[in-house]
Design a protein around this ligand. Structure first.
Ligand code: A2P
Length: 254
């Protein structure tokens, strides 16, 4: 099996000077679990230049959605941000990842903690019916620098109420946003909101290792800082081989 297939860009949206999203064709044979990532990129000087990208669309969708940062001097994203409808894009043959239901034990509340483009895998998970079958409450936190950076997540969440598969259960989802560099009803890093107790006060109580499950996706530092707090509450990390109470991922793209 070839490592990559060539797909077509179906649409591109620029959300801010730092963020864009795009949709590609999906090979009929390409299967993935909600929350997984895949290698994605462009041919550059005759060679594949690829990075790991979380798939933001649900697994039943005909196309594949991705949400990306733009790094001016990033080898891939400096080029990728110029893609247009109809362009060719390389898609890895196989998806992998730890932000999957298989790596979590059953529970009552599911916290999906994200910053920036770290919301991408959760955009898939919140549109997966299994999420609402497994959990009574789903709390998606998204912290960004500025309000415009929240728009992608706000649009995905708003679309849930008309979603044929999860629409009726969308009331189980709480979208919990905060900003760090612009005025907003809720200010501060998610770690600060945990430390002050505000996150727990707003969502029904402190983390309970027996009932709460957590997925974490953001920068390396954000993941480390959130992981330390979740572990301090007594939750143990899970994996595909050994499901646990929380899982982490890194937003790899640069
Ligand atoms: P801050 O503005 O205080 O750096 P970025 O766009 O740099 O990836 O950041 C996205 C969001 O993640 C920002 O609101 C940023 O806050 C926040 N953030 C950055 N580092 C951490 C961290 N170590 N723990 C929690 N949140 C973080």
């Amino acid at each position: 099996m070839a490592a990559f297939t060539e797909q077509r860009v179906l649409a591109v949206r620029h959300w801010t000077s730092r963020l864009f999203s795009f949709r590609t064709t999906r090979p009929a044979s390409f299967r993935f679990r909600s929350g997984e990532f895949v290698m994605l990129g462009l041919m550059v000087d005759g060679k594949p230049l690829v990075r790991a990208y979380s798939i933001a669309s649900p697994s039943w969708d005909d196309g594949l959605d991705f949400f990306s940062i733009k790094v001016a001097d990033g080898p891939l994203t400096s080029r990728l941000q110029a893609i247009e409808e109809g362009d060719a894009i390389l898609l890895g043959a196989k998806s992998v990842g730890t932000l999957v239901h298989d790596a979590l034990l059953p529970g009552k509340r599911l916290f999906l903690l994200s910053t920036g483009t770290g919301i991408a895998p959760f955009a898939s998970i919140i549109r997966d019916p299994e999420t609402y079958e497994r959990f009574d409450e789903v709390i998606l936190t998204h912290t960004c620098r500025e309000a415009a950076e929240l728009a992608y997540g706000e649009e995905v969440v708003a679309s849930l109420k008309d979603d044929p598969l999860v629409g009726e259960r969308a009331h189980k989802l709480t979208h919990y946003t905060s900003l760090t560099r612009e005025a907003h009803p809720r200010m501060g890093r998610i770690t600060a909101l945990m430390d002050s107790g505000q996150l727990w006060a707003d969502t029904g109580g402190p983390l309970d290792p027996a009932a709460d499950r957590v997925m974490i996706c953001g920068s390396l530092e954000m993941i480390e800082d959130c992981k330390a707090r979740v572990e301090a509450a007594g939750l143990e990390e899970g994996s595909n081989a050994r499901p646990g109470a929380f899982v982490v991922e890194k937003a790899f793209v640069g």
